[in-house]
Design a protein around this ligand. Structure first.
Ligand code: ADP
Ligand code: MG
Length: 237
């Protein structure tokens, strides 16, 4: 689904951290929000999922204006850096949880959980609790939980930050595979340029609450519009 953030403004007290930012996420694309720590990436993601109220602007999911809808009335899937799995529940119940609270019938829940577990390659791990899973496996469970109710958009906030180098490489291509197989629109928040370059269809590079450039990875690398973009991508002028 196409997601449109139009003239988004966010303030904390007297401080404006995002000032009239617009972002158009095309249906089925993986868009990376890339920028240094504190530039406003998570704030943007929280506005899309509804954790934060917007102080100005509009948010559209397709034709639907969701600007004032609470988080639970938007159909978003979110994966955070720390996965935020429920420690006392096994993987199956973690994934089933978003369907249980919607009072879906048991057989349908089971069918959906098994299908998504197969997609993310954790069929054999469903009885385990999070503490009995590796970091990469926990992340797969978190992805399954985010995807199980077929959200309009998948939001990933630094999903690879807690993994070691080898797993990070593996999960880069796994997340990309899963996103492409489901055809879901996705936003990947990261401060890692290599991650953004290797995973995203387009990159929006942010600095101090603004989008400085939005382009396909190669175009941005070849033709950065500012020295900031060039330096950040590791291709200084
Ligand atoms: P990023 O995810 O790019 O590292 P954030 O979106 O978390 O950055 O933060 C953007 C700016 O907003 C930072 O200056 C941060 O200090 C500020 N900020 C974020 N959340 C809050 C909050 N709850 N209260 C006050 N300031 C905040
Ligand atoms: Mg952040």
């Amino acid at each position: 689904m196409r997601i449109l953030l139009d003239q988004f403004t966010k303030t904390f007290g007297a401080t404006t951290v995002i000032d009239k930012m617009s972002l158009d996420i095309e249906s089925g694309e993986m868009l990376a929000l890339l920028g240094p720590s504190g530039c406003g990436k998570s704030t943007t993601l929280f506005a899309i999922c509804g954790i934060h109220r917007m102080n100005g602007g509009r948010l559209l999911f397709g034709e639907r204006d969701v600007t004032h809808l609470p988080s639970q009335m938007r159909n978003v899937g979110v994966v955070f850096q720390n996965y935020a799995l429920y420690p006392h529940m096994n993987a199956f119940d973690n994934i089933a949880f978003p369907l249980m609270i919607r009072k879906m019938a048991k057989p349908e829940i089971e069918r959906k959980v098994l299908a998504i577990a197969e997609l993310v390659h954790i069929e054999g791990l469903l009885k385990r609790k999070p503490a009995q899973l590796s970091g990469g496996q926990q992340q797969r469970v978190a992805l399954a939980r985010a995807l199980v109710r077929e959200p309009d958009i998948l939001l990933l906030d630094e999903p690879l930050a807690n993994l070691d180098a080898k797993l990070r490489l593996e999960m880069r291509s796994e997340i990309r595979r899963i996103q492409q197989e489901t055809g879901i629109s996705a936003v990947l928040v990261t401060h890692d340029q290599v991650e953004a370059m290797s995973m995203a269809d387009r990159i929006a590079i942010m600095d101090q609450g603004q989008i400085v450039q939005l382009a396909a990875p190669k175009d941005m690398y070849d033709e950065p519009v500012t020295d900031f973009v060039a330096s950040f991508l590791g291709n200084p002028p």
